[in-house]
Design a protein around this ligand. Structure first.
Ligand SMILES: [Zn+2]
Length: 582
């Protein structure tokens, strides 16, 4: 395996990999870009071809081609390895069932289940005809690997059992449920849509009921599993990302059929929210932020194409406020009332869909027109509706120039004076201050969590890996002790905390550091980076605390906190200085 990573790094330069995601500029022998991991106007993201790494002076993002792909695409290490190996034309060695980790087994079981569903569909003309009546072509059915499962209790269960999977495996994958009488299939009598992660691995299913008697949910999604977190995936992203980058905008639709028909119509830059964070109002802001972050890194322009009468539109509105706060350009495609994109494409044709996308309007204009259409004759009512339904979006805008632009526009269209609108906006700002701060915090946390998480995983991986060797290259006792100190937990608790991912961590460490002669130096650097991340987090909390104390005008406590902040800053500076001396 070590050789695979080496080969990939030999064949793909960091410039080649990163420039396929974002635009780079030359500065001397290095390259720079606007950082994809935080919002900035002037570039502070630097790439060194000689060293094969990148560093952002704005947010501290750093790493090599593997971490870049991991962070950009929201993948784990193996997902990034799969993508980069395919790109470099490097064949990864086949898995060894003896060393297969839990996650790998789950990916394998999902793949087998997909094959089973696909085979069932081929044999079932009634379902095939239904799919064709909805406008799906054979090739599309194949590309999206759509399948079917009969309305029986243990069809899939017996098939997987024959392939040697245990009840436990199937339950962990979310494919069967347990009762006193034994296990039975979770998905029955449903058209099966596999959900892929951005590297193309199947991580879940969405099953649409075939014979709808109104008693069961129309759509049933996989539960959360070790490989599937509802909040972290957009349907169709694996097939859409290239096109989003190339066309510089994404189209967001609601359901599977919307997505598949849009792709079939040639709009491959479409992703769907179905069963994910953007459509589910119970999912936290952090998750919406992380999902949108992924789309934003590909392009800052997004077109929402929802049936405006449906509840989905409201949930999407929450996401669009967050998108606006990212500085994204959010447009809405105007759809005929009560019609979703799938209907529009299959009944009115591809041209109607193209027109809807082409005529999409900025979300603020879209909402304003809706209000004016409904209340245009009654200025007082229209004013109230604008304040309630339109101004919160103006408030969400990142740039104040844009805010003024829209205030003027609203004034022109509604005949309400700019001053009155500005006064209302001030009130709205106050009202939504908390929400805005929450979003900012979610953005901050999203970035940090990933970075810290990644360093922790690497370090623990090195410890676990070194323990498997008869002769260790580094002093793992010392390293464990230092790590436990940073985490502020006992040494045995530390190893316990990560024991479920042990095989994956060992694999990752071995692949990365297997032939490394500078392991000790790398470990020291990782430890420094981790300390820095923890200090930055502490700093962030103290700053929040300080702000509250300042509002309360508690000078005595403010001074105390200020002293602590200075101490933390000194420590961070020390780490930075020691890095420069190396
Ligand atoms: Zn950055």
């Amino acid at each position: 395996m070590n050789s695979s990573v080496q080969k990939i790094k030999e064949r793909l330069s960091i410039e080649e990999v990163i420039s396929s995601y974002i635009k780079l500029e030359k500065v001397g022998s290095n390259l720079k870009a606007k950082c994809p991991f935080h919002n900035e106007k002037t570039p502070s993201f630097f790439i060194s071809n000689d060293r094969g790494n990148y560093y952002c002076f704005g947010c501290g993002a750093k790493g090599d081609i593997f971490t870049f792909v991991e962070e950009f695409e929201g993948l784990d290490f193996k997902g990034a390895l799969k993508l980069l190996a395919e790109r470099a034309g490097v064949v990864l060695e086949n898995y060894d069932p003896k060393n297969e980790s839990e996650k790998e087994k789950l990916y394998r079981i999902m793949e087998e289940a997909t094959k089973f569903f696909e085979n069932n569909l081929i044999k079932n003309n009634e379902v095939l005809n239904y799919l064709k009546s909805r406008g799906l072509e054979d090739k599309t059915i194949k590309d999206f690997r759509i399948g079917f499962v009969k309305n029986d209790w243990r069809e899939l269960y017996f098939s997987l059992q024959k392939k040697g999977f245990t009840d436990m495996d199937m339950e962990k994958a979310g494919l069967v449920k347990k009762t006193e009488k034994g296990f039975y299939d979770r998905f029955r009598g449903r058209i099966m849509f596999p959900i892929f992660d951005s590297s193309g691995r199947i991580i879940a299913f969405s099953g649409r009921i075939f014979v709808d008697d109104g008693k069961l949910a129309k759509y049933l999604n996989s539960p959360e599993t070790p490989i599937f977190s509802k909040s972290a995936v957009l349907y169709g992203l694996d097939k859409a990302k290239e096109s989003i980058r190339k066309n510089n905008f994404s189209i967001l639709v609601e359901g599977q059929f919307d997505l598949i028909l849009s792709h079939q119509a040639g709009f491959k830059n479409t992703v769907a929210t179905s069963g994910t964070a953007l459509s589910d109002s119970t999912i936290s802001k952090e998750n919406v932020v992380s999902n949108l972050g992924l789309i934003r890194r590909l392009s800052g322009n997004i077109v929402l194409a929802f049936d405006a009468d449906k509840a989905g539109f409201n949930a999407a509105n929450r996401a669009s406020k967050i998108a606006l706060s990212f500085g994204m350009d959010v447009k809405v495609a105007k759809m005929p009332e009560g019609i979703d994109p799938a209907d529009l494409i299959s009944k009115n044709g591809v041209d109607a869909w193209r027109e809807a996308i082409r005529n999409s309007k900025h979300i603020i204009e879209f909402l304003l027109e809706k209000v004016l259409k409904d209340f245009g004759n009654d200025t007082r009512k229209a004013g109230r509706e604008i304040k309630e339904k339109v101004l919160p979006y103006v408030n969400a805008l990142e740039s104040s120039i844009e805010k003024m632009h829209f205030i003027k526009k609203i004034s022109d269209m509604s005949q309400i004076s700019e001053q009155a609108l500005k006064d209302d906006l001030v009130k709205i700002e106050k009202e939504f201050k908390y929400e805005k701060e929450e979003i900012e915090k979610a953005k901050e946390i999203g970035n940090k969590m990933f970075r810290k998480d990644y360093i922790e995983r690497r370090l623990l991986g090195i410890i676990f890996w070194q323990k498997t060797l008869s002769k260790q290259i580094i002093n793992i006792e010392k390293m464990t002790k230092e790590l436990a100190e940073i985490f502020n937990i006992k040494e045995n608790e530390l190893l316990d905390k990560f024991k479920d991912n042990k095989e994956d961590l060992i694999f990752e460490a071995e692949v990365f550091y297997g032939e490394n002669i500078n392991l000790e130096k790398d470990v020291l650097e990782l430890l420094d980076n981790l300390k820095e991340e923890y200090l930055k987090e502490e700093l962030f909390c103290k700053m929040q605390e300080l702000r509250i104390l300042e509002i309360k005008k508690d000078n005595e406590k403010s001074n105390e906190i200020l002293k602590e902040i200075n101490e933390i800053n000194k420590k961070i500076q020390n780490i930075k200085n020691s890095r420069l001396r190396k």
